[in-house]
Design a protein around this ligand. Sequence first.
Ligand SMILES: Nc1ncnc2c1ncn2[C@@H]1O[C@H](COP(=O)(O)OP(=O)(O)OP(=O)(O)O)[C@@H](O)[C@H]1O
Ligand SMILES: [Mg+2]
Length: 505
Amino acid sequence: MDQPQASPLLTATGFCKSFAGFVALDHVDFTLHAGEIHALLGENGAGKSTLIKTMTGVVQRDAGSLTLNGEEIAPRSAKEAAKAGIATVYQEVNLAPNLSVAQNLFLGRQPTRLGFVREGEMRRRARALMAEFGLDIDVSLPLERYSVAVQHIVAIARAVDLSARVLILDEPTASLDAHEVEVLFAVMRQLRARGIGIVFVTHFLDQVYAICDRITVLRNGRLAGTAAVAEMPRMDLVTMMLGHELSEATHVRPPHRDGGETLAIFSGFGKAGYVEPFDLTLQKGRVVGLAGLLGSGRTETARLVFGAERADHGSATVAGRQVGLASPGEALRLGFGYCPEERKTEGIVAELSVRENIVLALQARRGVLKPLSRREQDAIARRFIELLDIRPPDPERPIGLLSGGNQQKALLARWLATEPRLLILDEPTRGIDVGAHAEIIQLIRKLCAEGMALLIVSSELEEIVTYADEVIVLRDRAHVARLTGDALSVSGILGAIAADASQAA
Ligand SMILES: Nc1ncnc2c1ncn2[C@@H]1O[C@H](COP(=O)(O)OP(=O)(O)OP(=O)(O)O)[C@@H](O)[C@H]1O
Ligand SMILES: [Mg+2]
């Protein structure tokens, strides 16, 4: 049945954008109503971020018109868009890490008196704003002291405070834990009730069904369809995104693997004030998962194992020999690989090509005296572009120009290229679309079958139970439970986390 249609708040018509002959947007139409949360979906590289950037004038479009409340607008920068009432939080948050939370919230628009910034007033308003978001934090501390999650919420609070009529969120939830997602959703619902139209980009389909009203799907730069969430069953949605059906193989749990040959043993390993001493055994052909809330010590454990942070307790043995693990260089020589969570700060080198980014770790391991020939580099880059379906499949493109999810895949390729004995992955499927998710899980299983040892940090419990042989649950920077066999289930993990929460309360 037709709903009486409110006149649209924001309308993009016939948006086109090409980058040096590559068509990123091809006559895309998009409509946003006041008081709706509208999911913008599609595979990695489908054009979601480009649509957003061309609407807000961050990237100039080749064709198309934009109206806000029926009036044509043509913002030429994010600032102009914000002035017109379109606030945006981009996929890669760009705030000043060394400035305080309050300064970040009011950057460029501090309350002033006779030209002097009124610090007290600014802090008071910052506290009130963060409280609206359910965060009780010290706003005078530098932003970098807080988790990525808090940093994201600060970016959103900053955007929302600009008396926005349209709020665009490009993958805001990629680094939030379940509780923080709820905090964000509460704020989004509040803003929706105020009549703000929200564009929400996410790769988490559960979130689409939890909070969105309508969906627009892009595929290869074209509009694949628009529908009300209630009228779009999940399988149809996935098919619309991929252009074909998703294979169900990834939902099936593989047969339990018995431990293979032991690769590494950590005993009483830890660092004061960082991670409590823990015991950990890694075996060839086996996946150990690290689960727990954000900040529970999962990434910290991974960094200790890789020598990115130096342990001050316990010992580590690799292939029967005692090792110091004093630096990532040493870990690399031992055949360890580590694909970190924060691809922008710890991962990619934006100006370098996809090829150069992929061969980086392998080259580092070989040392400067044994440079890889150009021919070897080309072969490696091509192999992994194909294996991981990195798009567009051009090894010479600067990696910064790839979509977020494709950058993530290239980072994974960098470590696979070193053929590590142990591969540590921190949130390997973050920011990666449903189709590629399935591919990466298949890949994890394949690597495992070939004898690689894996240590994987993941917030996606449904997923981790399908590939892990053992899951370690962390809380407050300590390893608190080890689940294997029948105990290894989503409810088992949640139970271990919840037991922690009730203890803490
Ligand atoms: N500045 C640019 N120069 C060249 N190509 C670009 C540029 N920006 C984007 N592209 C290309 O346009 C396509 C669409 O990218 P976009 O970032 O919009 O994808 P996305 O849907 O946001 O993907 P993801 O889910 O991975 O974030 C990609 O193939 C990307 O490589
Ligand atoms: Mg994007």
